[in-house]
Design a binder for this molecule. Structure first.
Ligand code: VTB
Length: 336
């Protein structure tokens, strides 16, 4: 992938974050998401790539823009597969909570596992504990192995997870082992990255979250030399076997079978993302532990973006000041 695409893709998440920010704290997550989707698509279509959305806003009949299979870019240049989450944390954006991001990951054709939008169990660690994870074993065995790899006692290990009722039991069990647990309301992509970088407090991510978010996380975990294992879980296994959940679960399994993806089976990092030639970009919408959120002063807005190139392992933080009056006219209608 041409290295200058890194800056191009950072412009895509910047635009999505500016569009999402317009709807910050307005209680309307769908409108916020729609604006970010439109902004992302607009900028993508200015870039000289022959891109295909492989993880996006849904199937063609569900999403008018950035649906799975949609072609983006000018059509010239490299054939690339693209995974997007225009707002990772629509609830956080609508409710003005921290850690909302606009994110994407780009790879060569065929790089990303074709996971449908269903639940995924995720276990992620940074480079020093790469060899210590194995989802075939219990969480307790994993945490003990990770603590040994990091050369610290369990009571100094910090695991991040999502504060969801489905994790109540596991959070108690981890605390019972002496582990420190950070449970955040939403947004596991940001905490997946924090588990892989040395300057953060987080050693491990363990949660059941979204599969699309899991694939995007896997791309950046590869680029940060961390490790991840995952398992796709049909809805009844996570939310209980109600009639509705069983029906959704059957559809999820059918989608997995259609794209040859294994369900309830341990997936390794190389199954999730095939190689290191990836670019990841995340721009903060609201202030978070990973990046700053959008701030606006008159007609000037600032954004902070984390861009990671897998091939070179370069991690960039780009702080941009945007003159909102000088934006592309189509974008001006969507952002502030
Ligand atoms: C997951 C997680 C995301 O939403 O998709 C979660 O991966 C949805 O969980 O990071 P529920 O179905 O329990 O609401 C996020 O937290 C935010 O998009």
């Amino acid at each position: 992938m041409r290295r200058e695409l890194a800056i191009e893709f950072s412009r895509v998440t910047e635009a999505a974050a500016l569009a999402g920010y317009k709807w910050l704290g307005r209680g309307d997550k769908n409108t916020a998401d729609g604006a970010a989707v439109e902004a992302m698509r607009l900028i993508f279509n200015q870039i000289k790539i022959d891109g295909t959305i492989v993880i996006g806003e849904g199937e063609i009949d569900e999403a008018p823009m950035l649906y799975i299979g949609e072609h983006v870019g000018t059509g010239e240049g490299e054939k690339l597969d693209i995974a997007v989450d225009p707002i990772e944390g629509t609830r956080m954006t609508a409710m003005g909570q921290s850690n909302a991001l606009a994110v994407l990951a780009v790879g060569e054709k065929g790089s990303f596992l074709q996971a449908p939008d269903m639940y995924m169990e995720k276990l992620i660690v940074g480079p020093n504990a790469r060899e210590a994870i194995n989802l075939e074993l219990s969480l307790e065995q994993n945490l003990k192995a990770i603590a040994i790899a990091l050369d610290k006692p369990l009571k100094e290990l910090t695991v991040a997870t999502l504060a969801k009722p489905r994790h109540d039991r596991i959070i108690k069990d981890m605390q019972g082992l002496g582990v420190r647990v950070f449970a955040i309301p939403d947004g596991d992509v940001a905490i997946s990255i924090l588990a892989c970088v040395p300057y953060s407090q987080v050693d491990v991510l363990y949660c059941i979250g979204g599969a699309p978010e899991g694939i995007i996380s896997a791309a950046v975990v590869r680029a940060l030399d961390g490790n991840m294992q995952a398992r796709l879980l049909p809805r009844p296994m996570v939310k209980g076997p109600t009639e509705e959940n069983i029906k959704i679960g059957e559809e999820e399994v059918a989608r997995c079978e259609a794209s040859g993806v294994a369900v309830n089976t341990v997936l390794k990092l190389e199954d999730l993302v095939k190689n290191d030639n990836v670019i990841f970009s995340a721009t903060g919408i609201t202030k978070g532990d990973l990046v700053e959120g959008v701030t606006v002063n008159g007609r000037l807005a600032t954004t902070e973006t984390l861009v990671v190139r897998g091939n070179s392992r370069t991690i960039r933080r780009i702080r941009s000041t945007h003159n909102l009056d000088r934006k592309h006219p189509d974008l001006k209608n969507i952002i502030l």
